[in-house]
Structure formats: C-alpha cells, structure tokens
Design a protein around this ligand. Structure first.
Ligand code: SAH
Ligand code: SF4
Length: 394
C-alpha cells in the first residue's frame, strides 16, 4: 500500500511541444525569456489563452507573426481530442469523453444550475485529475478500472477551458426562465471526476493556481473544491496553501470495519486519523469541510449508521456539512436507497444538529457518475470493434 501513493511529477513538457496551459504566468515569462522573446508577451498570451479563450495561436493578433510561428512550432494549447459530447435531456448536464495524447480516455462533466431567488445561474465543471484511479473503491466505476497515470496540469486546465469556450460561444439560460440572465462563464470547479486529486497533488495545485491567476482565468479559490478519499498528506498540505480551496472528504461509512469494505484506502488512513486531520485542517484554515456520503442500500444507510455518523461529526458543529449522495449504480453489488430510507437518514443527522443536504440526481440518461461513460464506451468498443464515437444525445 505504501508504494501506491507516489509523488506526482509536474509534467509541463508533453511530446516535444510545451503545453502552455500547464504554465503559470511567471513560468511563461521564463519560457519566453529562454527563447530570447520579450517577457511582456506572456501577459498578452495569457490574455488570449484564458480570457479570450482562443484555441490556436493564429488568433493572437497582437503578437508578431514571427512569434506566432514560433509558438506554433514549439508550443501547444491543450492536447486532447473530444471523442464524444453528450447532453442530458433537461440540458443541464453535459458530459465529455476526452482522448489524451497517448490515447487514454477521461471524462469531464459540466453541470448547469438555474438561479435561486435573485441569484445567478451557476456553471460547475467536474474535472478529472487522473486517468483511472489507484484507490479501488468498490462502488466507483473509475476505481474498478485501476490506475493509468496522473494528468498533467495542462490536461486538467484544458478540461475547464473546453466548457468555458462552449459557454462563451453559446451562453446558457435555464428552460422556463426567459428573463433570467444567460450564463456565459464557468463559476465553479470541483475535482470530482476521475481519479484521486490528492494522489496527483502537485499537478492539481499547479492547475488550480493557473486557473486562479488574475491575469488569466481569474476563478476565485473559494469556487474550487478538491474531493479526496482521505489521503492525509494531501489534506495536511492543502491546509498550508495560500489558496482558500474548499475541501470535501469522501467518508461513505461511519466505522472502520464498514469503510474498509468499500474503500481500501481506509486500511492506510483509518477514520480516526482522517477525522483528526479534518480537525487540524479546520484549525489551520477556519473553513468548513464537506463530508460526502454515498448511500448504498442496506450497506451504510440504516438509522444506526446515521446515528454513528452524527456522533462522529457532531463535534465539528457547524464546520461540517454532510452531502448525502444516493449511489449511482455502476455494479450489480449496490442499489440506491428508497426515498424513505434517505429521509430517515437525514432526519437523524438533523436531530443531532449535523447540517446536511442530498445531492439531486442528475444526468442519469448520460451516465453521469464518474467513470461510467468511459466504461460504457470501452464495453461497447469491445462488443462492436471499430465503433469510435457514442451517439450524441440531445
Ligand atoms: N477520488 C476523489 C474524487 C473523485 S470521486 C474522491 O473519491 O473523493 C468524486 C465523488 O464521487 C466521491 O465522493 C466518490 O465517492 C463519488 N462516487 C464515486 N462513485 C460513485 C457512484 N457510483 N455513485 C455516486 N457517487 C460516487
Ligand atoms: Fe478513486 Fe474517488 Fe473512485 Fe475512490 S471514489 S476509486 S478515490 S475516484
């Protein structure tokens, strides 16, 4: 188990070309300087990449032609190919299957939320941090694939930019709300796609720094969330970061015995250590922690489990929030609890003053749980060799 957690290398060179989406502004300045180019060009390029969201160098009109040619030869802007894009019937979920430069497949999801009250719409990108995942949670389609590799910072950034471009070109307005303002930009990023972000800590943080830059994409750290199955070193490092990124913990069981059955990582970092790390995190940051709890019918959803969970989290008072997630069924081993079981579970948390919500199911018609689309794609490919794209559901 010890060997499993490897330190991520900060890969910014992919093939011979430098992926500019993997560079912070100072790194881009340095990159230009090394090539004898004026470093003030870096801000111009950053503006084209992250504000104008252009997908190629030809569009960077204020750069001299010689520099544009050089960039075309020596640099790239993301290196992924869209294999399929599916839209849910209600139009609020879009799911991408992306092929990386080495042929590996990852998924990225855009979730659109209509305005609540006087508020604005939200557009959240659910980003993958790895191709596959090494942690093998039994209910998770990605976990069942095993680990392929870490994503580079550029590959993480590119996922966000894809949907940012799409919304810029075609702002979204919720059906039935003709007077609401259409949303044309990404408001939130969650590291809840494929992979364990704390296992790829360096590249994930590099990507979030790039997306946070005032000179570029300028997304506030408070609009970013890292979800982890509980890699303690990552939680400790995050508490020391300047960026005020939100933390979500995939807890999914209130006892070690039960958690170890569905989440093998619990053998390495058991619940008491995880809870202690969360207390330390809160002490260092003053920020609330979200605890995700996938509800598996008959496994972890009984009133007894709810009471155990409430007792575990009650000491956090208002600094813990539980997000109950009815499992998105990916294997025959699990099923989703009925509405009564979910209601009772939440009621017990509320009685113990543990704040909680239930995640609305969405995007079922396009297989929204992480890893499901790729699994379906690969199964299909095995059945019908030669099939390369999935139909786009509108
Ligand atoms: N590896 C990280 C982040 C990616 S998974 C983590 O585990 O936190 C993002 C979230 O989706 C996690 O809370 C994970 O437990 C949850 N998840 C995985 N499989 C799921 C499924 N089949 N149904 C519902 N949620 C699932
Ligand atoms: Fe990995 Fe998260 Fe899936 Fe567990 S739930 S296997 S940690 S992606």
């Amino acid at each position: 188990m010890r060997n499993m957690i490897r330190t991520a290398s900060s890969t910014i060179q992919t093939q011979e070309k430098t992926d500019l989406l993997a560079l912070t502004l100072p790194q881009l300045q340095q990159w230009l300087k090394e090539r004898g180019e004026a470093s003030f060009r870096a801000k111009q390029i950053y503006n084209w990449l992250f504000r104008q969201l252009v997908p190629d160098f030809a569009a960077m009109k204020n750069l001299p032609q010689t520099l544009r040619t050089r960039l075309e030869e020596e640099a790239s802007i993301g290196l992924m190919t869209v294999r399929s894009e599916q839209h849910s019937k209600d139009g609020r979920t879009r799911k991408l299957l992306l092929e990386l430069s080495d042929g590996r497949l990852i998924e990225t999801v855009l979730m659109l939320y209509p305005p609540i009250g006087d508020g604005s719409s939200r557009a959240t990108v659910c980003v993958s941090s790895q191709a596959g995942c090494a942690l093998g949670c039994t209910f998770c389609a990605t976990g069942q694939m095993g680990f392929d590799r870490h994503l580079t910072a550029g590959e993480i950034v590119a996922q966000v930019l894809y949907f940012a471009r799409e919304l810029k070109d075609a702002p979204w307005r919720a059906a039935g709300l003709p007077h609401s303002t259409p949303i044309d930009h990404i408001t939130n990023i969650v590291l809840m796609g494929m992979g364990e972000p704390m296992h790829n800590y360096t590249n994930v943080m590099q990507a979030l720094h790039i997306l946070n830059s005032n000179d570029g994409f300028n997304l506030g750290a408070r609009h970013m969330t890292i979800s982890t199955a509980g890699l303690l070193p990552g939680i400790q490092k995050l508490s020391q970061e300047d960026l005020q990124i939100n933390l979500a913990i995939s807890l999914h069981a209130p006892t070690n015995e039960l958690r170890s059955k569905t989440m093998p990582i619990n053998n390495r970092y058991p619940i008491e250590q995880l809870i202690e790390a969360c207390h330390e995190y809160i002490k260092a940051t003053g920020r609330q922690v979200t605890f995700e709890y996938v509800l598996l019918a008959g496994v972890n959803d009984t009133p007894e489990h709810a009471t155990q969970l409430a007792n575990l989290l009650a000491p956090f008072k208002q600094l813990a929030h539980v997000n109950c997630i009815p499992v998105n069924v990916t294997t025959a081993a699990y099923s989703t609890p009925g509405p009564d079981a979910i209601r009772t579970f939440r009621q017990i948390l509320t009685e113990h003053s543990v704040s909680n919500t239930v995640r609305a199911e969405r995007g079922d018609d396009i297989a929204a749980a992480c890893g499901q689309l790729r699994t379906r794609f690969e199964n299909r490919k095995n059945i019908a060799k030669g099939a390369t794209t999935l139909p786009i559901v509108q």
